[in-house]
Design a protein around this ligand. Structure first.
Ligand SMILES: C[S@@+](CC[C@H](N)C(=O)[O-])C[C@H]1O[C@@H](n2cnc3c(N)ncnc32)[C@H](O)[C@@H]1O
Length: 360
């Protein structure tokens, strides 16, 4: 009996030891990856590898095609802005949807390019629908050299953290090499928002150490915060899960893809905002508005879309109308969400509130 109990105890020690070792190994691997990826070239290599493989899979594309707001907005914009006789390049064609919609407007030619394997599927869709005039190329945009300049660059490179699909870098490179003077980039203006939010009660997930269940407090676990895995302070939400935004949304970054370069993306965003709608600050939601012109734009905060919205969590705090929230976001590359660090400081009408910090 003693031997069995002894073996069980040793077994559980071993399991705990194995788990702890595994956790440490993961942490070390993350640190090595962080260190290695401080080199932009190395980061780009890993990012492009992941992107190519992620989008070779149908998983992402089901969701994107089923997103009516996304597809209908692009469809209206393409109907308005792609003209008969145009030469168009669809940067990152995926299933081919934007190129196929563009082909309806009788352009002279559409180049549909993608670095993922799905390009063969996109070609098959065009053939099965009897749609001609599209040339499909499996190529990264950086290596795409068409024999002529184009009138329109069409793209959907909008990431969950807005710029994290290297949109600015990819579009700027293609624009410089292949767009005719006076050509159009669709969508052209991208705005990024970082807004304080109160979540609906049943979608609120406070940090562990903020929680009390039937009088049992978990604040003893606050010291484990430093051990939490990367991403612990970020959660993905959708707009149907939030109660309201505390301030009137204002963009913190605005880029015009007709001229933007990657170095235009800031490494530090600091804003101080007056609370318009009292509520409990649960975090800051990051979303975009992508404009095709003054009327047609896509905003992923208006309903549940195919984009998940990152929420940068902070410790919950109630704010009254008229209070001020000072917020800062720092990163060594805004396109790499893993490098984001944020903090916020609330200033009540009469008093200074606690300082709240977080990191990716
Ligand atoms: C968000 S999906 C959009 C797909 C399609 N345009 C749509 O609207 O459904 C982005 C696509 O761009 C491709 N992609 C990303 N960066 C690229 C690049 N630099 N060159 C070529 N393809 C790229 C990905 O493989 C993926 O298929």
């Amino acid at each position: 009996m003693q031997t069995i109990v002894g073996a069980a105890v040793r077994g559980s020690h071993l399991r705990r030891f194995a788990h702890a070792s595994l956790r440490s190994a993961f942490r070390v691997a993350e640190r090595v990856k962080d260190a290695v990826e401080t080199s932009p070239r190395v980061r780009r290599f890993f990012y492009e590898f992941r992107n190519r493989h992620a989008f070779s899979d149908l998983w992402q594309h089901d969701r994107m095609l089923a997103d009516r707001l996304r597809v209908d907005t692009y469809s209206r914009a393409i109907a308005r802005h792609v003209k008969e006789g145009d030469v168009v390049v669809d940067l990152g064609t995926g299933t081919g949807i934007l190129a196929l919609l563009a082909a309806k407007n009788r352009p002279r030619k559409v180049y549909a390019i993608d670095h993922s394997n799905l390009i063969a599927g996109a070609r098959r869709v065009a053939e099965a629908n009897g749609i001609t005039g599209i040339e499909f190329h499996k190529v990264h945009s950086r290596n795409f050299n068409p024999p002529e300049k184009v009138d329109v660059i069409l793209h959907e490179q909008l990431g969950e953290a807005v710029f994290d699909e290297d949109m600015v870098e990819n579009v700027a490179d293609l624009r410089a090499r292949v767009l005719k003077p006076g050509g159009r980039v669709l969508p052209g203006v991208i705005e990024m928002f970082v807004e304080p939010v109160e979540m609906l009660e049943n979608h609120r997930i406070p940090f562990l150490w903020e929680q009390t269940i039937e009088g049992i407090r978990f604040d003893a676990l606050r010291e484990l915060a430093g051990d939490a895995r990367r991403g612990y302070r970020r959660r993905f939400v959708n707009p149907l899960q939030w109660d309201h935004l505390l301030c009137h949304p204002q963009p913190v970054v605005r880029v015009d893809l007709a001229t933007a370069k990657p170095s235009d993306l800031p490494n530090r965003i600091a804003r101080s905002r007056i609370v318009q709608h009292a509520g409990q600050l649960d975090g800051f939601v990051v979303f975009f508005r992508a404009s095709f012109d003054d009327e047609i734009c896509l905003d992923d905060s208006t309903t549940n879309t195919s984009w998940s919205i990152p929420m940068l969590r902070v410790e919950s705090q109630r704010y009254e109308a008229g209070d001020r929230i000072a917020f800062e976001l720092r990163s060594n590359n805004l396109a790499n969400v893993d490098t984001w660090e944020w903090s916020c400081r609330g200033v009540g009408k009469n008093s200074e509130r606690a300082s709240l910090a977080g990191y990716a």
